[in-house]
Ligand binder design. Structure first.
Ligand code: BJW
Ligand code: ZN
Length: 229
């Protein structure tokens, strides 16, 4: 079994989604904050936005959806978790080996990719206010370790998630199903024979393509399913 999660899974924890009525993209313009061009033109503004978001996320705690998915690794022989979320709540709930499709706000890397980012940059890098901290190798700006629009998904992430899509049951939960290539995993899973299930509080572009579309909050539906196991 494999699950692909989106921002809706963290919504009841208090992490803002992107495209809901009170989502981030209602207040902020993606082109000004979540593209490499935005960072090049105004690194301070982009850095500060992530600093603000890290502060908000740090105050949130995992909900039942995160906790259930964390347990399913042990419950099922093979369970893979692919998330579009950058908040780290799956890991805080105990999930391991999460395939973080869009990276993490808790990581930084050199904007120039001058060196392979060493594991675990010092935490104080994340605390820099106003301007991105300098790369210890080339002096250029460090940037959040996330995937912005127009950027390619790391090859290893694509490979691991394609392998994860080759499963018996594929659950897609809490995503507006608008962002590619992440949402392409649903069709990939289906074409490889998976039974596909969507859990969302609204209909999405994949609702008509999945085998079962369940309407409801992910934290409740996943909790109910877990209770029946
Ligand atoms: C609940 C709930 C509850 C609420 N329970 N549910 C093919 C076609 C068209 C466009 C493209 C294409 N291929 C590529 C593109 C371009 C682009 C793209 O997809 N654009 C579309 C938006 C049109 N993709 C890219 O640029 C990607 N890169 C790429 O393709 O590289 C190849 C390439 C490079 C160069 C040239 C050409 C090709 C990269 C995409 C990176 C996305 N990054 C972001 C920001 C990450 C960093 C950050 O957080 O700051 O990732 S954007 C944002 O959207 C974030 C999310 O991970 C992602 C998905 O959002 P998600 O999770 O679905 O959240 P929402 O808010 O949209 O939806 C929440 C849902 O939850 C709603 O449905 C609610 O109903 C639901 N919900 N409460 C259950 N309790
Ligand atoms: Zn560097």
């Amino acid at each position: 079994m494999t699950a692909l999660t989106g921002a809706g899974v963290s919504a009841s924890s208090g992490v803002p989604t992107f495209r809901d009525p009170d989502g981030l993209w209602k207040t902020f313009r993606p082109a000004e904050l979540a593209t490499p061009e935005a960072f090049r033109d105004n690194p301070g503004r982009v850095w500060e936005w992530y600093l603000w978001r890290r502060g908000k996320i740090a105050a949130c705690t995992p909900n039942r959806a995160h906790r259930v998915l964390a347990r399913w690794r042990e419950r099922f022989g093979r369970f893979e978790l692919v998330t579009q979320n950058v908040d780290g709540l799956h890991e805080r709930a105990g999930s391991t080996d999460v395939i973080r499709f869009h990276g993490s706000v808790w990581e930084v890397r050199c904007a120039a990719r001058c060196a392979d980012s060493p594991e675990g940059w010092p935490d104080e890098m994340l605390q820099y206010a106003e301007l991105p901290p300098p790369c210890p190798y080339c002096g250029g700006p460090l940037r959040p370790g996330v995937v912005w629009f127009g950027e390619v998904i790391p090859a290893d992430t694509l490979r691991r998630s394609s392998e994860a899509a080759d499963c018996e049951v594929f659950i897609v939960a809490g995503t507006s199903a608008l962002v590619y290539p992440a949402i392409g995993l649903v069709a990939a899973a289906r074409s490889m024979g998976a039974f596909t299930i969507e859990i969302n509080v609204e209909r999405t572009p994949v609702s008509g393509d999945v085998d079962l579309s369940i309407s409801g909050p992910a934290e409740e539906i996943l909790g109910l399913v877990d209770d029946q196991l």
